[in-house]
Structure formats: C-alpha cells, structure tokens
Design a protein around this ligand. Structure first.
Ligand SMILES: *Cc1c(COP(=O)(O)O)cnc(C)c1O
Length: 410
C-alpha cells in the first residue's frame, strides 16, 4: 500500500488561491497545509500496528505553529539541540515525550535536557561520562538511551547514517562492553533503551523493512547485556517522499509487514518496550510550497531566464545543494499574478523552455534548470512543491542579506 501523494495544484493551496496568498502576505513565502499534515499522520497511523508510536523529528520543519499542530497528533518528538528543546516545550509537548539525539551536545545542553527530564540518546562513551557528571551535580538520574551505529546499512538512502565509520551513534560492536560496565556511571544514568537510525529519504520499502528487521534483531541481541529492561526502542525512519519525475511514492506494504512481525514478537520478548518510528520529511514534506515572485525575465544568448525574489537563501534543497549528488528540478509551476479565476485558461498552455534563478550572485542559485513552463512575465509567481521539509531552517538565510522568508500554516 502507498499513502497517496498529494496532487500538485498550481492555483490553490490549502483551499486558498496561491495568487491571493501571495498578494496578502507578500513573497517569498512558505505555506504549509495543516489538513495535509493531519491527513498524512492519520493515514500512517491507520496503517501501522497499534502499538507502534510515531515521533516527529523537529529538524525537518521547526516552524512553531506547525510543531504545535503536530505535537497533538504524534506520540513524541525528537530534538537535536537545546534550541529545539525550547521549541518542543513551547509547542506544548511534555518532556516525557521528547528525545534528544545528535553528536556534539554541549554540557549546557545536556544540563538543560537532564533538568527537563527528557530522554537523551547518547552518541558516545564520552558523552555518557559527561552526562553522568552533570546528573550527579544536579542530584538526579539522567534518562538515557544508546544511539547505535549499526554494522548494517540502509540501502538506497539519500543520506546514509549507519554502517561503517560515522559520527552518529556508538558502534554496535562497542555496546556490549559499555553496557556490561554500566556501573562506572554510578547510579546517575537510568538506562531506558536503544535508538537505531540508519538513513533518510529512502523510497525503497523493501530496504527500509530489511533495516527495521535488522534493527530489531540487533536490539534483541544488545538487550541481553543491558542493565535494565528495554523500555524504549526507536527503530528510526528514513521514509522518503517523491521529488522527481522518475520517483514514485514509498510502498509501505513491506514496511507494515515487518513492523507487524516486530510488534508481535516484541510483545513477548521485550514486553516493557515502547516501539516507535521517527519521521520528519515523510510527515511534512509534501504539505508545503515555496512561493516566489518573478522580478525579471531576460534572454542570454538564446536562453531564457526567469529571476525570482527568493532562491537558495530560503530553499537550498531546491537548488540541489542540500546533500544531493545530482542536481534535479523539483516539481514547479507558474501561477499568473492576476488571472486567479482564469484557472486553466488557454494562454498558460503555451510553454517555453526556461531556467529559473534566485536573486543571489552565484551560479548555485538555480531553482529550475531548463524546464518547460507556461509563458510567464515579471509579476507572475513561481511555485516550488514538495517544500514542507528542510526549507527555511535548512538554508543560508543570511547569505547576501535578503529579507527572511515568511512562513505560514494554513
Ligand atoms: C534527520 C533525522 C530524522 C528525520 O529524517 P527524515 O529524513 O526527515 O525523516 C530522524 N531521526 C534522526 C536521528 C535524524 O537525524
């Protein structure tokens, strides 16, 4: 089964004409559709085994109104900094439902996390030692899970985060000894479980299912040496969304089969464990658009350029510079500035080949390379779909000192 991707409608978004949104709020603009996010999470929950929790990884989109919405729909959130901790608490999430992963957590961040009583996914033996000292100073126990760097890797992932040497997590080979010598942390660390995250932006359901099975088997093996029963098992995420014409929506069938087996087995063998997935992009990526206005149209040696008022400073990923190996065009559209009622009118059927660039003085600021688009003029809008994840917060907004992008939840 696949949870249906949302159709790209060039004229309306979240039930509002895009031209009207732009006229009212100005451009550049990110708009996020609360109904799509709610629908996506409900569909996913209906497909997953009942005992499987859903966590949201805030880094995918930390826009506060959006985090607030999601907080009411998921079982927990994953944070990666003290800043995201503040955001999670501001969004109304109770600390028991927050887990904190990420390499290079500062002492001040660990202290804040211990005081807030969130679960800390430890990334190294050194971090555990610092954490124990901080908990001792605060006269309390820190809640800890070990982030495991598994020996297997998730095949076909956009960004690989497991297998081989990695800055993330503790190598699985080192964990039995670490668990066996847990007493060296005094009684300052309360062991709660494991976190196994092996990749991101994967559209191969079989590969994700295989990684989940391997993660579960690894958790069972490591649980044998644990100083306490596993109470939380984070099986990672990695669910991708389709960005490019040759890609199709993730087939959840093999994943659901694997998770059903795992949930059933875990009820017997890890009876105290709460299992969950941690997802970012899959929950929000399809629920956002980036809207820019065309400022200039020019022809250089026979090639037509549309120049917009926003670029990689707001949407680095669409320019192909956010970890992509090959630059590809996101799904895009032209929205005429004025003819809001003339939806589908015939003059937009005439296309021309253009490249769309942002306002920055760098050849990297390319939003669409040599695409066929309806004839557009300065004043018209250029829209990028699939822009709900890794947008503003994952872009160098200060580069060239253009205004910050406005974000809104509809
Ligand atoms: C980034 C990240 C995620 C979210 O990844 P998506 O590809 O957006 O789903 C989840 N967990 C961890 C540990 C991460 O670092």
């Amino acid at each position: 089964m696949t949870i249906l991707s949302f159709p790209h409608d060039a004229y309306t978004f979240g039930g509002r004409p895009i031209a009207q949104l732009a006229a009212e709020h100005g451009t550049p603009l990110y708009a996020f559709d609360s109904q799509r996010i709610t629908q996506r999470i409900a569909d996913l929950r209906a497909a997953l085994p009942q005992s499987m929790g859903i966590h949201y990884a805030i880094k995918a989109n930390p826009f506060l109104p959006l985090v607030r919405l999601i907080a009411g729909l998921v079982d927990g959130v994953d944070i990666a900094s003290a800043g995201e901790l503040d955001l999670a608490l501001k969004a109304g999430i109770v600390p028991e439902r927050v887990s904190f992963a990420g390499p290079g957590k500062r002492d001040s961040e660990l202290a804040q996390a211990v005081a807030a009583k969130v679960l800390i996914n430890a990334e190294s033996a050194g971090e555990l030692l610092r954490l124990a000292a901080i908990a001792q100073r605060q006269g309390c126990q820190a809640r800890v899970a070990l982030r495991v760097n598994p020996a297997f890797e998730l095949k076909g992932s956009g960004m690989r985060m497991g297998g081989g040497p990695r800055p993330f997590g503790i190598d699985e080979e080192m964990i039995p000894e670490l668990l066996a010598s847990w007493s060296r942390f005094g009684n300052h660390l309360a062991f709660e479980g494991l976190h196994i995250f092996s990749g991101s932006q994967n559209l191969n359901g079989e590969a994700i299912a295989a990684a989940q099975r391997a993660s579960y088997q690894l958790a069972l093996k490591l649980a044998a040496d644990a100083p306490a029963p596993i109470r939380t098992l984070n099986l990672g995420g990695g669910f991708g969304i389709p960005y490019f014409p040759h890609e199709s929506a993730l087939d959840l069938t093999p994943i659901i089969a694997a998770l059903n087996e795992i949930a059933l087995d875990a009820a017997q063998r890890l009876p105290q464990a709460k299992l969950h997935l941690e997802l970012g992009r899959y929950l929000v990526g399809e629920a956002g658009i980036y809207v820019t206005r065309i400022i200039d149209k020019k022809i250089s040696r026979g090639h037509t350029y549309l120049v917009t008022d926003g670029g990689l400073n707001h949407h680095l990923a669409a320019s192909g510079n956010f970890g992509q190996v090959i630059r590809r065009n996101y799904p895009v559209a032209i929205v005429p500035a004025h003819d809001v009622e003339k939806v589908g009118s015939s003059d937009t059927a005439n296309t021309e080949r253009v490249s769309v660039v942002g306002p920055l003085c760098t050849p990297l600021d390319l939003l669409a390379d040599n695409v066929a688009l309806p004839h557009a003029m300065p004043g018209d809008l250029f829209v990028i779909f699939q822009s709900g994840a890794y947008g503003a917060s994952a872009s160098p907004q200060d580069f060239l000192s253009h205004p910050a992008v406005l974000e809104m939840l509809i």
